[in-house]
Design a protein around this ligand. Structure first.
Ligand code: ATP
Ligand code: MG
Length: 381
């Protein structure tokens, strides 16, 4: 198959790599985001305390599954390896140090409330027992990681709650727990081995997103990662994830519904989705299909936000959008109407040094690359 067909976002970075010199790659790191519809890679290099953008690129996975660009895939390891090798080659990736994101669909994130006298050293014993209540598979099949929510955040919440309630909440410690199926770790290790990449760690995609999309925000922020297959919601305070939820709808559902309703090929529907979006004046039928999918996402999101606001007696102060789906025309404006707070697209490339002539294209494609940039930034720091 013609390689150019596999590319949905052209990167054309040979110029970039040569501008920065690709010979010294010892301090460079590659962020690798294997999404359900595309792989995104970003190579950064540390120079004078700054993260310099060396190259980036994306490749659609549809053609590796004998289907169209934009389609959601579930590929075997060898096909992912092929696609990753192709995108690394086309983007002139030079480093062998890579970090990969664990997709939210292969993991669980939840918060445990434990008695106030539980100390950090007890967690290795307590967390696996408590986590069983949340995890539908045998504990031996998963890897667990956890993070104790700092007392400042919890005591602030408790004092806020006291103002509105006569009953003081029982003191507790809260622990954020991440559970990853071992199969995915084995699969990712195999991908790294076959692509001859070294890696010091994996990271949950949500944490990479936060690193690249946030500044030093303290007030609660809702992060929406509108991907091809799923929409990932997180409410984050002081950089700490307080709530995480996955909505089982993504941007590929819109293309699929357009294709079905108008009896047109998926590729054509994908194009129509991008040109029309939610704008009713150009094509009301397409806009209505897009509206139905996004309203489903907003309705689920509103329940998550309401539950959070009720539990902690705090309001969301801002919404940050990532994921290619959030580029849908009119989506940001509709989100502003829905949430009544400031809504912005993430601008993760602003955390990197890049030639000024790329400013526009980097701002445009930033939301799609948020996870890959966050991964590379982690590896550099
Ligand atoms: N300008 C645009 N307008 C509307 N949709 C867009 C636009 N650009 C990209 N998309 C959609 O964004 C999706 C790809 O986004 P992204 O790369 O974030 O998904 P992914 O990471 O592969 O998916 P997931 O995170 O769900 O596994 C595709 O469904 C694509 O059609
Ligand atoms: Mg994604």
């Amino acid at each position: 198959m013609d390689n150019s067909l596999k590319k949905i976002i052209s990167s054309g970075f040979s110029s970039l790599t040569s501008a920065f010199g690709s010979d010294n790659s010892s301090q460079s790191a590659l962020g690798i985001d294997i999404g359900s519809s595309a792989i995104k890679v970003v190579q950064l290099k540390k120079k004078g305390g700054k993260a310099v953008l060396e190259t980036y690129g994306a490749i659609s996975l549809g053609p590796y599954a004998q289907t169209e660009i934009g389609q959601v895939t579930n590929l075997p390891t060898d096909e992912i390896v092929k696609a990753l090798q192709d995108v690394m080659k086309e983007s002139n990736v030079t480093t062998r140090l890579g970090v990969m994101a664990i997709p939210s669909s292969s993991s669980l994130i939840f918060t445990l409330s434990l008695p106030a006298n539980v100390t950090e050293d007890k967690l290795p014993m307590i967390v696996p027992i408590e986590a069983r209540k949340y995890i539908p598979v045998p504990i031996s099949e998963i890897s667990l990681d956890w993070f104790m929510i700092p007392q400042e955040v919890i005591s602030f919440e408790n004092s806020m709650n006291k103002q509105s309630s006569t009953v003081a909440p029982a003191p507790s410690v809260e622990v954020l727990v991440v559970a990853i199926h071992n199969d995915i770790l084995t699969k990712f290790q195999e991908i790294l081995k076959k692509t001859e990449l070294r890696s010091d760690s994996f990271e949950m995609e949500i944490f990479s997103n936060i690193r690249s999309a946030f500044d030093h925000d303290i007030a609660p922020i809702l992060l929406i990662d509108f991907g091809a297959s799923k929409t990932k919601l997180s409410i984050v305070e002081s950089g700490i994830v307080r709530v995480f939820h996955v909505v089982n709808r993504g941007s590929a559902d819109i293309s699929k519904n357009i294709a079905q309703s108008l009896s047109i090929p998926f590729t054509e529907a994908e194009k129509l989705k991008r040109t029309v979006g939610l704008e009713t004046n150009s094509n009301p039928q397409v806009a209505e299909i897009a509206r139905l999918a996004t309203e489903y996402i907003f309705s689920d999101t509103n329940s998550v936000v309401l539950a959070y606001e009720k539990k902690y007696n705090k309001n969301i102060s801002k919404v940050i959008l990532t994921g290619g789906g959030s580029l849908l025309k009119g989506f940001k404006e509709r989100a502003s109407d829905n949430f009544h707070v400031e809504v912005v697209h993430a601008n993760p490339f602003s955390k990197t040094e890049a030639p000024a002539f790329l400013d526009n294209v980097l701002t445009q494609s930033g939301p799609e690359f948020a996870v890959a940039i966050g991964l590379a930034l982690r590896s550099l720091s």
